[in-house]
Design a protein around this ligand. Sequence first.
Ligand code: ADP
Ligand code: ASP
Ligand code: MG
Length: 406
Amino acid sequence: MSLIVQKYGGTSVGNTERIRNVAARVARYRAQGDQIVVVVSAMSGVTDNLIKLAKEIMPLPNEREMDVLLATGEQTTIALTAMALHALDIKAVSLTGAQAGIRTDGMHTKAKIQNITPKRIHQYLDRGNVVIVAGFQGVTPDGHITTLGRGGSDLTAIALAAALKADLCQIYTDVDGVYTADPRIVPSARKLAEISYDEMLELASLGAKVMQSRSVEFAKKFGVVFEVRSSLNDNPGTIVKEETKNMEDVVIRGVSLDKNQAKVTLVGVPDKPGIAAKIFKTLGDAAINVDMIVQNISHGAGAPATDLSFTVDKPELLKAQKVIGGLKTEIGFGEIISTDKIGKLSIVGVGMKSHSGVAGRMFETLAKEGINIEMISTSEIKISVVIDLAKGEQAMKAVHAAFLGC
Ligand code: ADP
Ligand code: ASP
Ligand code: MG
């Protein structure tokens, strides 16, 4: 008998027919005698709609209340999924994150899991139930409801697989697996049979929303091997696991485009020690994730000044502007210019460690398309560029064709 954790994303539970489809799949596994823990997301569009409602009330809603609101999406799905299993005469019980023993810190809207006490899950499994757990949510030691950041049901599933020492962890979604690029943007993208944690982590952090990046980080840390596959068919998916020797033979595993970033430029920042520290410490204290940073060389007569640009997640732009605005008098910079019309295009592959000339080839491909590069950042296994959002998809297709041959 195996213990299997299966996670179903928003589209896979998008209506009652899809929920019945999930129940039918769970029933097939159950018939083999396996114990099943099902993690579900909110039905597709529900979380976005809840966010929209909150923003109609005020642009920057209280984050504790946001979590109380957002957690309702997954709570709806667990109950409906349990009912769909009951309709098939299968014993099933739904649990919220708190009931499942998922404890988090108090960083509302992007809480970190501190520990999981799956006692109740084990009790229900032992009594022959399928246990359905609400993804994306947990509870602080003080009893406040939290959520784990967008796409956080992936993290719930991976963390539960680790805590339960599951034999199998399956992430069911609306595509057949992880592709060389988002198949909805690049029709010639190919499904990968396997990918390393590091490559998946980079692709996920760089905009491939097929997996939440924090969930991949967690899987790597705890060695949770998982499969990304479709809830709509029985095709084998993509196995995500520790890097193996032969993986380096492939130079570029995938291409991603992040349309969810915004760029902030501070013009005329005094060029002296401690200023950058002040700016980024303040952003860090406000829990704003900064990604790329570019500082120009000093310019202007008199006291040296520079322009400083950085990128943040689009939903955090307003908060970042507010936080930085509060430093204007203290630091004495000129003005803040922001734009959310940027795209971050990245290529990822562990093979980059042992192959040269990759950056040149990427930049040349963009030049041929007449696309200007605004920012660049690299690591051992990725190269990212910030470009005009309007040209993002064109750039992605061209770079995919150049490296992945279609
Ligand atoms: P779920 O609701 O199941 O969590 P998501 O919408 O979060 O699903 O993620 C699945 C989507 O990720 C796909 O529909 C696809 O458009 C997108 N995607 C982006 N990059 C990739 C990629 N490299 N491989 C597969 N899917 C990708
Ligand atoms: N419902 C949440 C979201 O849309 C979590 C998830 O689907 O994984 O971000
Ligand atoms: Mg998702």
